[in-house]
Design a protein around this ligand. Structure first.
Ligand code: HEC
Ligand code: HEC
Length: 299
């Protein structure tokens, strides 16, 4: 039993080491090139938050309305909300992002008010439902989570209108936590997320006045949205994590991290000291790699 567990964890760890490289490179590229990553989301990989999925449903006009698999279904906000969404956008968002959502470049800095066209409904929904938008203080380095000013229905409506300008992905994910594996989620979290958010999910300071926030009290849909869209300085996880793996991570974050007193104990789903050792090793290397990356980038 113990050795089977060790085998499984070390296999996951190995995969993680391989996966971490591209993630770090990607984070570096994105930060250096354009702080807000407002390039349209795209990947040709199957099972990665795109409509190259097991299930793809289209409406009468051939527009994709939902796609996914048993782990996560992604739904486009209903087109019946588009008109309402435009009205809400003009009231709440246009003053900064422009009437056509194309953003406002400020004195050559480009990203002051980012272009929202082509970002995909999950991005728009995440920023509204996490209370980041409409921004309280547009000059802040990193918009933070607040009590949302728009309702869930209004967030969907704004997402529907922005998406109608240039249909894009990912749509809004619904994780199926009933089939998720929380101990796989723990191992994947340790490898892909803990370097920034810490293994307990409490968050930590990053470079240049930014920080990785605490992951307590984040609803499952928003955890999945954050993973698939990569808000601000967080990397966007696409082909390197399958929907099944994302679902496992969401389960871990919304159960073990958010209720750390569950029977099974501290954060790792009761995997025990051996697993925690491996996780610790993986983490150590990840943290060093990140530190190296940020120090390097400042020069
Ligand atoms: C007061 C100005 C202001 C208002 C009003 C505002 N935004 Fe923003 N928005 C910003 C700024 C500044 C950023 C960049 C902040 C950051 O990255 O932390 C931003 C970032 C975003 C992003 C992330 C873009 C990306 O490339 O990842 C989204 C999505 C967004 N806003 C949507 C909205 C929506 C939808 C509304 C209306 C409900 C809105 N914003 C209202 C100023 C504003
Ligand atoms: C390179 C560092 C980094 C890594 C790796 C990372 N994140 Fe993040 N994460 C961030 C930052 C920075 C933010 C805040 C972005 C913002 O405020 O716009 C964030 C935000 C989030 C949020 C939104 C929290 C809130 O307050 O609304 C969630 C959920 C999240 N991350 C989950 C994850 C998960 C799960 C993983 C692993 C699959 C992960 N992150 C990997 C840096 C990271």
């Amino acid at each position: 039993m113990a050795s089977a567990l060790v085998k499984r964890i070390s296999a996951v760890t190995l995969v993680g080491f391989v996966a971490l490289g591209p993630v770090l490179l990607f984070a570096g590229g994105a930060t250096a090139a354009y702080k807000y990553k407002s390039t349209p989301y795209q990947t040709t990989r199957k099972n990665a938050g795109t409509p190259n999925s097991d299930v793809v449903k289209k409406d009468a006009n051939g527009v994709v309305i939902s796609y996914g698999n048993t782990a996560i279904m992604y739904n486009a906000p209903s087109s019946s909300l588009i008109q309402l969404g435009q009205a809400l956008f003009l009231q709440n968002c246009a003053s900064c992002h422009g009437n056509e959502a194309t953003g406002v470049p400020a004195n050559g800095t480009g990203g002051a008010y980012p272009n929202l066209v082509g970002l995909g409904p999950a991005t728009i929904d995440f920023w509204i439902e996490s209370g980041r938008m409409p921004a309280a203080n547009p000059r802040t380095i990193e918009a933070t989570r607040r009590v949302p000013r728009l309702s869930h229905g209004q967030a969907l409506a704004v997402s529907a209108w922005v998406d109608s300008l240039s249909p894009s992905y990912p749509s809004i994910p619904t994780p199926n936590l009933g089939i998720a594996n929380v101990s796989d989620g723990a191992a994947l979290f340790a490898l892909n997320c803990a370097a920034c958010h810490t293994i307990e999910g409490d968050g930590d300071a990053l470079a240049n006045g930014t920080f990785a926030p605490s992951l307590r009290h984040i609803p499952a849909v928003q955890v999945a949205e954050a993973i698939r869209t990569g808000p601000a300085n967080m990397p966007r996880f696409t082909g390197n994590l399958s929907d099944y793996q994302v679902n496992d991570i969401v389960k871990y974050v919304t159960t073990e991290i958010q209720h750390p007193n569950n029977p099974g104990g501290f954060g790792l789903g009761g995997l025990g000291p051996v697993a925690e050792g491996f996780v610790g090793l993986a983490l150590g290397v990840g943290v060093l790699a990140l530190v190296g990356f940020w120090v390097g980038e400042r020069h």
